[in-house]
Design a protein around this ligand. Structure first.
Ligand SMILES: [Zn+2]
Length: 170
């Protein structure tokens, strides 16, 4: 297992419509283990494979996000099957560190996916977990959380983030 480096939001891989996973093999299990380790190290609530440069439909999320206990799971080819309610809430992204903004999300969702054993799984989620799942789903479709903000607001955040990257590289 290894901590992988996380791509930032200006990397084109973050804009990819990710590919459906066809085979659950050793390579995928190893990828999932690295993704979990990378999420814990960041630390973050979830991570999509394209955030470490792999444009496949797979993400990890911490089911224990609202408790003290970490419980990271891997979801393959996930699909949101129902959404209800709407709520503004603060959100950030490991690919845009230190930038947060209020994003509107459904308050309750249902999701289906395949787990690492190839078994169909279903989850119902609300609150912060529902938000995290919607955020990770967006990554698989090349969407970043600030896309839903107005252009002016997004440009301010982009400039702030670009400045930060520049400072760090000097
Ligand atoms: Zn993200």
């Amino acid at each position: 297992m290894a901590v992988r480096s996380i791509k930032n939001c200006f990397d084109p891989v973050l804009r990819k419509q990710c590919e459906v996973v066809k085979n659950i093999d050793g390579e995928l299990v190893a990828l999932s283990e690295d993704m979990i380790e990378t999420t814990l190290a960041a630390p973050g609530i979830g991570l999509a494979a394209n955030q470490i440069g792999i444009p496949w439909r797979i993400f990890v999320v911490n089911l224990g996000v609202e408790t003290e206990k970490d419980n990271l799971i891997t979801l393959i080819n996930p699909e949101i099957t129902a959404m209800e309610g709407s709520e503004l809430g603060e959100e950030g992204c490991l690919s845009i560190p230190d930038v947060v903004a209020k994003v509107k999300r459904a308050t309750q969702i249902e999701l289906k996916a395949v787990d690492l054993n190839g078994k169909d799984v279903r989850y119902e989620a609300s609150g912060l977990l529902a938000r995290a799942l919607q955020h990770e789903m967006d990554h698989l479709n090349g969407i970043l959380f600030w896309d839903s903000l107005g252009k002016i607001k997004r440009d301010i955040l982009k400039r702030k983030f670009k400045k930060k990257i520049k400072e760090q590289s000097e």
